[in-house]
Ligand binder design. Structure first.
Ligand SMILES: *Cc1c(COP(=O)(O)O)cnc(C)c1O
Length: 525
């Protein structure tokens, strides 16, 4: 067995799983292997020329480094090639349709990028005096006004940095409101059809989390919810549209019952993209709802960030909104309301969640997206997102089981299960087959209420031709899973790596690299 420097072995990618003609480099045409930067970089090299280092000794007071810290140095060209090669092993929305359900991987218009790169926005500093950043504050304020109008809610907190962070903001506001009225409620109810971050957030806030079952048609069981409401319930967290891709039609009845029991309604609005311009959550009795700018309003996301999760708040929760926030005075000047400037009017704020105000780059992109679409365009965003998801649902339900296919049209995502696949074949095989077809897999095994779930969200930014090609690819893979095609069990055949041990990869990830030379020295010591 030959093993080249990069760890690729010829048999790893043989189409029949046994052997293949090896190449000397380990590369397979344009599929290029790439070592870690620590394996190719040297501490003796650098991409820039430094003049003699100035003497900082006096300023660092003896804290200056005495030894190099072993950062790999590369020339400029080596650096560019390293990261370009790595980027080619990845999948991106700019390469093709990204069907991850619940994640809303939609095209990010380049106009967004142009605006976000304007120096007045891109180079803004969080500590700049507010008189010098009036334009940036105006963007934050105007975006907030749009979010309030689109949701029909009176207040908004712009500082949360992602969806889950927005949930935390909403629950902290709810807790502050309950504390203010001397009410120590301990329980947060979370329906089975809610997103996984909801129970996590409630638990993180110290609440006891209780499930509310879903009906067979995939929606909240209103009767079960009503039966559980009581004086110990602080809030109900509802994802709408829910993770089965369905609109919670009983939302108003749910809110009325929750309010009658003295509790608050938190709505997970991460998937606002399915209803924006069509439904105002404020009309449904929602008290707090986060909006993922990075989903609904197209700002790019993935790989852990950046995101932005503003939270709209009802009249009852508005006084508890966190600091800081932007306010506009009668003269049209913008102010950042902080601890010192909060005054009596905002005395009930629950504190701050972040060091600085928010994600400027996401604010500029989201507002650009909103202004370039206009109110009627945003409405069409929701309509087309729903239309595209239903096109996928109805085009594939003859080969893939659609557990809620008879519950009516879906919202922005289509949900399938693994029912009907050949013995020994599962959702994982379909996902791996899709990789060979050149697609990122769909969201899988989520939501938990569906066995072997496959959640597909095409978004409104895909053309009919792109949807048809994706449907053709998924249909082919689904048919192979139904027929029990053994070759599918070996997929992916054409990716940079073959099928990994998912359990080991999750339980024992290898996250650090050790210098073999250093390890040798240490072993000898
Ligand atoms: C994406 C998503 C979240 C979490 O948002 P993050 O920005 O990843 O923290 C929460 N709920 C739902 C329904 C989502 O789709």
């Amino acid at each position: 067995m030959s093993m080249n420097q990069s760890g690729w072995r010829p048999e790893m990618n043989a189409a029949d799983g046994t052997s293949a003609a090896p190449t000397a480099t380990g590369n397979r045409a344009l599929m290029l292997e790439e070592p870690l930067i620590f394996e190719i970089g040297g501490t003796d090299r650098t991409g820039v020329d430094f003049s003699e280092a100035p003497d900082f000794t006096s300023r660092l007071g003896g804290m200056e480094r005495s030894e190099p810290i072993g950062l790999p140095g590369l020339s400029e060209q080596e650096t560019v090639r390293h990261y370009t090669r790595l980027s080619r092993q990845n999948y991106a929305i700019d390469l093709g349709l990204f069907p991850l359900g619940s994640c809303t991987m939609k095209h990010n218009p380049r106009l967004n990028e142009k605006v976000a790169r304007m120096p007045g926005f891109a180079d803004v500093h969080p500590l700049a005096p507010t008189a010098t950043v009036q334009g940036a504050l105006a963007v934050i304020h105007q975006l907030g006004e749009w979010l309030k109008t689109l949701t029909g809610m009176p207040a908004v907190a712009m500082s949360p940095k992602a969806g889950a962070h927005g949930e935390l903001c909403g629950l902290l506001a709810i807790r502050a409101a309950l504390v203010a009225r001397g009410d120590a409620r301990q329980v947060v109810l979370v329906p089975e059809s809610a997103h996984g971050t909801n129970p996590a957030t409630a638990a993180f806030c110290g609440y006891k989390v209780e499930d509310i079952p879903a009906t067979p048609e995939g929606r909240v069981d209103l009767a079960a919810l009503k039966a559980r409401l009581g004086s110990d319930v602080a809030a109900v967290m509802i994802t709408n549209p829910n993770t089965c891709g369905l609109f919670e039609r009983d939302m108003k009845a749910i809110s009325d019952a929750v309010h009658a029991a003295g509790a608050f309604v938190y709505c997970d609005g991460a998937n606002f993209n399915a209803i924006v311009g069509r439904v105002r959550p404020g009309d449904l009795g929602v008290d707090a709802m986060h909006i993922n700018l990075h989903k609904t309003f197209s700002t790019p996301h993935g790989g852990g960030g950046p995101g932005s999760g503003p939270v709209v708040l009802s009249e009852a929760l508005a006084p508890f909104a966190p600091l800081p926030f932007v306010e506009k005075d009668e003269d049209g000047l913008f102010h950042l309301i902080e601890e010192e400037t909060a005054g009596e009017h905002h005395a009930a704020n629950f504190g701050r969640m972040v060091a600085f105000h928010g994600q400027m780059g996401m604010f500029t992109r989201a507002l650009t997206y909103i202004l370039s679409h206009g109110a009627d365009g945003l409405r069409q965003v929701a309509e087309d997102a729903v239309l595209n998801a239903n096109y996928i649902l109805r085009s594939l339900e003859d080969v893939l089981d659609a557990p809620f296919g008879s519950s009516g049209p879906c919202m922005h995502e289509a949900l399938f299960s693994d029912k009907g696949m050949a013995e020994g074949f599962s959702t994982l095989d379909v996902a791996k087959g899709l990789i060979d077809e050149g697609y990122h897999p769909m969201t899988m095994y989520f939501p938990l209420v569906v066995h072997g779930a496959m959640l597909i969200e095409p978004t409104e930014t895909e053309s009919k031709a792109a949807l048809d090609q994706f449907i053709m690819a998924l249909r082919s893979v689904a048919e192979r899973a139904k027929a029990g095609d053994d070759a599918l069990k070996g997929a992916p055949w054409f990716a940079p790596r073959r099928r990994l041990d998912e359990t080991l990869a999750a339980r024992k990830p290898v996250l650090n690299w050790e210098d073999p030379a250093l390890a040798e020295v240490q072993a000898a010591e």
